[in-house]
Ligand binder design. Structure first.
Ligand code: PMP
Length: 441
């Protein structure tokens, strides 16, 4: 929504931003930060302050800020040819498509490149609706898939949708949030059974659904993971109805969750998804997104190409260099090791804090759910206080979740042990300050 008119009157670049950009381009922080440069896991602002970046990894900085290999690849490619069109052969596009097709786990895979995650999901939904000749889609409660006209139609939180109107008919399925609602407190197996029963119940009342779209771990939703195997169990039901599964890997792909290269691999019992969408980090800041699908599904469109800028040689060169770096340095393994340590440190630091309900996550995708101290009430206020207090101490984190009460921690995948320890210490201080602020008076 629009920004609250609290806090100091904007000045300088902030005032100019407010005057010329839409009100709904919300900025983090009372005094928004202008980032001027970055290196590794750190960024600097226009006032010369340095921050440890525990959020940029989920935004676009997958591996590291200002990765020299990516900068070099971009400069070289931009100096050679910048012409962007899908009407000519492009070596970087074919090279990257081959790499991603092989990595995707999808048999007979074809890849289509876009410029964002939203556009990737748009394309996946278009493919599914054409392939199945139906605009009925299943999506998860609390999901986020982007803000285009079709993407908001599968986004399960009205607060994230500028309008409730949609070109799709969407049915929302249980399985996104475990901490609240009728299924809270169930064992993993009982939870999966309950969600599958809910899905079967829905499908018993509906004919001709095209696809299920789901994030393996919900991102904007606050880094909430269903139990492993949930989507494999769903898959069995979907297969009986011929319904496609679209895995939105925009946040979970490329090893972020540590144990797996893709989020769907925690649900692999019944094979890979039919379609997989990716974006964000693969370009390390360059706008690369895309869809992978079985050839039969990808080729169902009768149209010519649907993007001018998708797969531009510069963004492809950046993504290739970034992917090489990721694989050569086993950053998935680093996410597992350093992420595991960070979760441990955070759990230990939060143990006595009444403002923290749970620390959850896997790899370098960690959520901290906040409540009004001593209650079970989700507290967006606490999240706001912690985010500000962390910034004052030189740490950037994000927030999100169904009620805006979750902290989101997603550093670049190259995070070191020392940086994890530093970040955990700062975050613990920020949490203690927020708890004091909320219990005083
Ligand atoms: N899917 C998921 C899971 C996302 O988190 C996001 C962005 N937060 C999107 C899609 C949309 O991606 P983009 O912002 O690149 O359009």
């Amino acid at each position: 929504g629009a920004q609250p008119d609290t806090g100091p009157a904007p000045t300088g670049l902030h005032a100019r931003h407010r005057a010329v950009l839409p009100d709904w381009l919300t900025l983090l922080y009372e005094r928004p930060i202008e980032l001027t440069h970055g290196e590794g896991r750190h960024v600097w602002d226009a006032d010369g302050n340095r921050y440890l970046d525990f959020f940029g990894g989920i935004l676009t900085t997958m591996t590291a800020h200002a990765l020299p290999e990516v900068a070099k690849a971009v400069a070289e490619q931009a100096g050679r040819i910048l012409h962007t069109s899908t009407l000519y052969l492009s070596r970087p596009m074919v090279d990257l498509a081959e790499r991603i097709a092989a990595l995707s786990g999808i048999p007979d895979a074809r890849v289509f490149f876009t410029t964002s995650g939203t556009e990737a999901n748009d394309t996946a939904l278009l493919l599914a609706t054409v392939y199945r000749r139906s605009n009925q889609i299943l999506a998860m409660r609390n999901s986020y898939h982007g803000r285009s006209f079709s993407a908001i139609g599968v986004t399960g939180n009205a607060g994230w949708s500028p309008t409730g109107l949609s070109p799709l008919q969407t049915l929302y399925v249980h399985g996104g949030v475990r901490t609240r609602g009728p299924y809270a407190g169930l064992s993993d197996a009982a939870y999966i059974d309950a969600c599958v029963a809910d899905l079967e119940d829905l499908l018993g009342q509906t004919a001709g659904v095209a696809a299920l779209i789901a994030e393996p771990v919900q991102g904007v939703g606050g880094f909430t993971s269903p139990p492993d195997g949930l989507y494999a169990a769903f898959r069995e039901v979907l297969d009986r109805h011929g319904i496609l599964w679209i895995a939105d890997e925009v946040q979970t792909g490329w090893g972020r969750t540590g144990d797996h290269f893709w989020g769907w691999q925690a649900h692999a019992g019944n094979g890979p998804p039919d379609l997989l969408t990716f974006a964000k980090g693969i370009g390390n800041g360059m706008s690369v997104g895309g869809v992978v699908a079985r050839a039969e599904v990808m080729n169902c469109l009768g149209a010519n190409s649907i993007s001018t800028f998708g797969g531009s040689p510069v963004t492809m060169a950046a993504a290739l260099a970034n992917l090489d770096h990721l694989l050569a340095h086993d950053l998935q393994g680093n996410a597992r090791r350093v992420g595991g340590l960070l979760i441990e440190r955070l759990r230990a630091a939060c143990a006595g804090l009444r403002v923290v309900r749970e620390v959850r996550g896997r790899g370098l995708m960690i959520g901290v759910e906040l409540v009004a101290p001593g209650t079970d009430e989700p507290s967006p206020r606490a999240a706001g206080l912690v985010v500000e207090a962390a910034r004052e101490r030189g740490l950037l984190i994000g927030k999100g979740g169904l009620s805006g009460s979750a902290l989101r921690i997603a550093p670049p995948l190259s995070l070191t042990v020392e940086e994890a320890e530093t970040g955990a210490r700062i975050l613990a201080e920020a949490l203690r300050e927020a708890e004091r602020g909320m219990t005083a008076g």
